[in-house]
Design a binder for this molecule. Structure first.
Ligand code: SF4
Length: 342
């Protein structure tokens, strides 16, 4: 089928086969341009040219599991970070508020103990911040406690095939994620979900399955995360996706999920993918102010300057780093006629 017909069908009566065919045929400049322009137009119609920044604090739970996910930095023992203590968390909240943040995501690893998480949600909510929770597991009774205090909870499908999910995430349960998503929706809490693209051995079909699952559930926020190899993991030798392939998938996600918030890559320490993601239809980015435990010397790069780019406002205090990328993000957005909101 012609590319133009596929593009029309994806907008009118999409299914996985049609979407896959479209992505495979988007292999020339004029086709890629058409795909991105279609997505951009939809984003502009539903959200305008506004980019909302997500702030976060990491980690609010230390990842503790028998078998770590084989792509994750936590797979490598020296990269595992202790969660923020109460007084550190309160400093983080003060910083985010000083930066003008209105929302934050509480990020953390897998840990059965949610007592501190619930306390941190309460503190953030009391401080007037919208709170998203992105950490597992969360049980039904905890959702009941959290439902009035959070703006979003993540139940990330990540890898939409059970066997593959289990292979990459041997310590977690695919069925639990599906059940969690249903429980979140049942309580009328806004659902966020991450799809992980580019893992070796996965393809458009697996990624698309996740998008269709999200569409069916009525997800509020889709986060598209592109695999980045981490030294010391079994996947360290594999390559990340080319940015054009990511952009094509993001554009397709925008066409499928017109009214959902979409964040994609553009991530924490890398502004370079943001322009392409704006062209592909995102309306949110994980580029708000954030507070993290420092990874220097034991982290992805050995030098702090390599991790925290010099064009961000950065300060270090004890074992934490406080980062505000706002000015750097705004500069990029201005070139694309976008207004930045926190
Ligand atoms: S549960 Fe999350 S933090 Fe822990 S190893 Fe898996 S991906 Fe990493």
């Amino acid at each position: 089928m012609e590319f133009e017909n596929l593009l029309k069908l994806v907008q009118e009566e999409p299914n996985i086969e049609i979407c896959e065919a479209l992505l495979l045929k988007a292999d020339k400049y004029d086709r890629i341009k058409k795909l991105l322009e279609t997505a951009e137009k939809i984003r502009d119609e539903f959200f305008g040219r506004n980019l909302k920044l997500d702030s976060f604090v990491y980690p609010v739970k230390k990842c503790v599991m028998e078998k770590y996910c084989i792509y994750c930095s936590n797979y490598v023992e020296k990269f595992r970070l202790e969660s923020l203590k109460l007084e550190e968390f309160c400093l983080a909240i003060d910083f985010l508020k000083d930066c003008g943040a209105e929302m934050l995501t509480l990020e953390g690893g897998y840990n059965e103990d949610n007592s501190q998480l619930i306390e941190y949600v309460k503190i953030s909510s009391r401080e007037g911040l919208d709170v998203a929770v992105d950490t597992y597991p969360i049980r039904g009774e905890e959702l009941d406690v959290l439902r009035d205090k959070v703006s979003e909870i993540y139940a990330s499908i990540e890898i939409a095939e059970k066997e593959l999910f289990q292979y990459f995430k041997p310590g977690e349960s695919f069925d639990f994620r599906l059940k969690l998503a249903e429980e979140i929706m049942k309580r009328k809490i806004s659902l966020s979900s991450t799809v992980l693209i580019g893992l070796p051995g996965t393809d458009y079909r697996v990624w698309l399955k996740a998008l269709f699952w999200m569409k069916k559930l009525g997800v509020k926020h889709v986060s598209i995360s592109s695999f980045q190899p981490v030294l010391g993991t079994p996947l360290e030798k594999f390559y990340p996706l080319p940015s054009t392939k990511v952009a094509k998938f993001v554009a397709l996600a925008r066409i499928l999920l017109k009214e959902s918030d979409i964040t994609a890559c553009g991530s924490v320490n890398d502004l370079s993918s943001l322009p392409l993601m704006l062209l592909a239809g995102v309306n949110r980015a994980y580029l708000g102010p954030y507070v993290c435990r420092i990874r220097s010397k034991t982290g992805f790069a050995d030098e702090v300057d390599e991790i925290f780019k010099p064009n961000y406002e950065v300060k270090f205090s004890n074992n934490l780093v406080f980062v505000n990328p706002f000015n750097a993000v705004e500069k990029v957005c201005k070139e694309f006629d976008f207004e930045v909101k926190q």
